[in-house]
Design a protein around this ligand. Structure first.
Ligand code: ADP
Ligand code: SF4
Length: 694
């Protein structure tokens, strides 16, 4: 282990947070994880690993303080009563094991608490709609409700302290928390002493800080999480007016300021729409107004950028949610001067989608996330080989690269053959598209690691057929083949809306993303119709790509919104805004009927009303076909290899079932973990956390 580069020593200085001290400046801010109260052992194990990885403070996600703050179906933490303490204690103990501090974000989300499970009426600052589309409203809190809420919050703070937490939050961020709703003119229409002037609107936040300090401040640090700018101009809180004034008013009250921008889609901005450190311009004023430590986020993965934040007096502690998911050992790798080993977050927000879709965390870069407990996967440790064996991997996209790297780390003899000139598969092309350059980190991290494994040999320009695979395996004594040959986009339009090919008379060329990758095209002055029945990012990125090449672009989709699934990665609004700003014509709720007579004919999903769009090109983004022909040449219908010298032939990633890059990485990793111990396909492949029967 190399000593820490002296340039980074500053990151390892301790920071005092009220009565407790963080051992360094790495602070994992609260983040959703889809495990919460439902999978307490899973989230505890994940936090144990982050603590061992060097994060000095590890925070819970939002923690409901009472059934009246229920955010079901989202799975967050819970501290409704004493019965919930032992679940959270698992996390606290795991965090303390490595000398880190445990922070808890106790929360009431006001009108965003749908109380769908508890069925209690929802309290809010003013009479208002629920934060969802549910046909329910929240009611304006009376003084008695405010007093009750303060008691709930205080009671939760005491339970948090008794559970062993070191830092207790007062949460006023993201346009989600009740105290934040009180702050904003937009939500707060009260005429009592909690409404009107900013001083009045800040009253509840001040009271909560006083209550929490009084209840647990002797042994816990009190943190405030505040959104200092909502990026909505004068309609919201702005960092140069009310955001600043709130910080001025409360400057010395908390022991720590955790500041960010709102809403969540601005805070967890994807790399497509913002650079590392993009919040600095909004949050940097805070340190000038308080002597208390300030934490902020910015998808920080560069040690130099972190040092710069501290040296320039922007932040005292480096806040991170996504970088800590992508690499739980990020602080340790900086401390050990192993920067090249950092698995940098790519800013894709697949992690966020886990919470939105309500399942345990997933990450494109870190396949072990949320698998620490149930599968026993550690992000830095993998068991050595069970015996000598050799594996030929065909295809070096994310699945092949991850399988090669992980098998290589286990010590197996690995040969990785890739048809094209460069390693990386689909990510090579996609990361060259507008806004996606950070995605290249998926390749860079893995190729960097593979080059350091002497037992892995990498071969580009090696398009293999079935005979060649058998020959190579024979010559090199490789008994196992993994096909990671990926997929290709379908030209025929088959997808969610169409189960048979779209009628097409050849008058409009039909292309896919793969055709743009393989051939430069002059699109100047062309009218390009992009048909999106995929609903993730690709169609919108191709629309940008074509617009930048001078094409007139129309994007049609059967969904109600363009890039509809990206609501889960918090990108939908950003995408739509961007496409509209580029003059791209968006047509929602329409499917293609046919492509004939030089027109793309689309029809409204419900009315069937047709539009005929004269087009020079039509780009299909509907579904993908797996590249699995090699598999069926090498195996019979029971998946048994024809060649007796091959012990196994498997498919991983898109060549089996086209999916996200995250899924391809995960499948490549799973293959490597399970190699040599084929699991029983009828058994549950992981430990389950069952709900206790009370
Ligand atoms: P995944 O997401 O599953 O990793 P990708 O499509 O990103 O899939 O990558 C698949 C890779 O496999 C591509 O780089 C492609 O060039 C390569 N490939 C496909 N068929 C062959 C083959 N027969 N021989 C060698 N490489 C192949
Ligand atoms: Fe980063 Fe994407 Fe992983 Fe989230 S899923 S932590 S954004 S790499």
């Amino acid at each position: 282990m190399s000593p820490t580069d002296p340039r980074y020593d500053i990151l390892f200085e301790p920071v005092k947070i009220g009565p407790v001290t963080a051992r360094n400046r790495f602070y994992q801010v609260p983040h959703c994880n889809g495990m919460g109260h439902r999978y307490p052992q899973a989230i505890a194990e994940s936090r144990r690993i982050k603590a061992a990885g060097g994060w000095a403070v590890i925070s819970t996600e939002e923690c409901e303080i009472h059934p009246a703050s229920d955010v079901s179906p989202y799975i967050e933490a819970r501290l409704w009563d004493e019965g919930d303490m032992k679940r959270l204690a698992l996390s606290v103990d795991a965090i303390h094991e490595s000398g880190s501090l445990a922070a808890i974000e106790i929360t009431h989300n006001g009108h965003h608490s749908g109380n769908r499970f508890s069925r209690l009426p929802t309290m809010a600052v003013s009479d208002t709609n629920d934060g969802s589309l549910d046909p329910v409203q929240a009611y304006a809190m009376s003084k008695r409700d405010i007093a009750t809420f303060r008691k709930m919050h205080r009671q939760a703070a005491i339970r948090a302290r008794d559970t062993g937490f070191d830092i207790v939050y007062v949460y006023a961020g993201h346009d989600l928390a009740l105290p934040f709703h009180f702050l904003t003119r937009r939500h707060n229409r009260r005429s009592d002493e909690y409404g009107g002037s900013l001083k009045n609107r800040t009253r509840l936040l001040r009271e909560l800080l006083e209550d929490t300090k009084d209840a647990v401040g002797d042994c816990c640090g009190i943190a405030i999480r505040l959104a200092v700018d909502e990026l909505m101009g004068s309609e919201g809180i702005e960092s140069n007016s009310e955001g600043r004034e709130v910080v001025e008013m409360l400057a010395e009250m908390p022991d720590l300021w955790d500041v960010n921008v709102s809403d969540w889609s601005n805070d967890s901005l994807t790399s497509r729409f913002g650079e590392e450190g993009s919040q600095e311009k909004y949050t940097r004023f805070v340190k000038q107004l308080t002597s208390k430590p300030v934490v902020g986020v910015g998808r920080f993965t560069s040690a130099d950028a972190m040092v710069s934040q501290i040296r320039r007096g922007v932040l005292d502690m480096i806040g991170a949610a996504r970088p800590s998911i992508s690499d739980p050992y990020l602080p340790e790798k900086i401390r050990q001067n192993r920067l090249e080993d950092i698995r940098e977050c790519i800013g894709c927000n697949i992690c966020v989608s886990s919470d939105m879709v309500v399942h345990p965390l997933r990450c494109t870069q870190n396949p072990t996330t949320a698998e620490e407990f149930r599968r026993g996967w550690h992000p830095e440790i993998i068991s050595p080989k069970h015996r000598e064996a050799g594996v030929l991997i065909v295809g070096a996209g994310p699945a092949g690269l991850e399988a090669g790297m992980s098998l290589g780390r286990r010590g197996y003899n690995v040969v990785l053959a890739e048809a094209s000139d460069e390693l990386g598969g689909r990510v090579l092309w996609e990361s060259s598209l507008p806004g996606l350059s950070a995605w290249r980190r998926v390749i860079d991290y893995r190729v960097g690691q593979l080059h350091r494994l002497p037992n892995v040999s990498l071969h580009t320009q090696s398009l293999l057929d079935a005979d060649q695979i058998c020959e190579i395996c024979d010559e090199m004594a490789l008994e196992h083949v993994v096909l990671a040959t990926g997929s290709h986009w379908r030209h025929d339009g088959i997808g969610r809306a169409h189960h048979t090919p779209i009628v097409h008379d050849g008058t409009v060329p039909v292309l896919t993303s793969d055709d743009f990758r393989d051939n430069e095209r002059d699109l100047q002055g062309n009218h390009v119709v992009i048909y999106d029945d995929d609903h993730y990012y690709l169609a919108s990125v191709l629309a940008e790509f074509c617009a930048y090449k001078g094409a007139k672009v129309t994007l049609a989709t059967p969904a109600s919104d363009v890039a509809a699934w990206t609501v889960n990665t918090l990108e939908q609004t950003h995408i739509e805004k961007k496409l509209r700003s580029l003059g791209i014509h968006l047509i929602e709720k329409h499917s293609i009927e046919s492509i004939v007579d030089s027109c793309v004919r689309i029809a409204h999903n419900i009315s069937g009303d047709e539009q005929h769009i004269a087009a020079d090109l039509c780009v299909m983004v509907t579904s993908r076909a797996p590249e699995n022909s090699l598999f069926w040449e090498l195996c019979d219908e029971f998946e048994t290899p024809h060649s007796p010298q091959l012990q196994s032939v498997d498919r991983v990633g898109d060549s089996l079932a086209p999916s996200t890059i995250a899924a391809a990485v995960y499948e490549g990793h799973r293959y490597a973990r399970e190699f040599g111990q084929k699991p029983d396909p009828l058994a549950v492949p992981f430990r389950q956390e069952r709900i206790e029967i009370n």
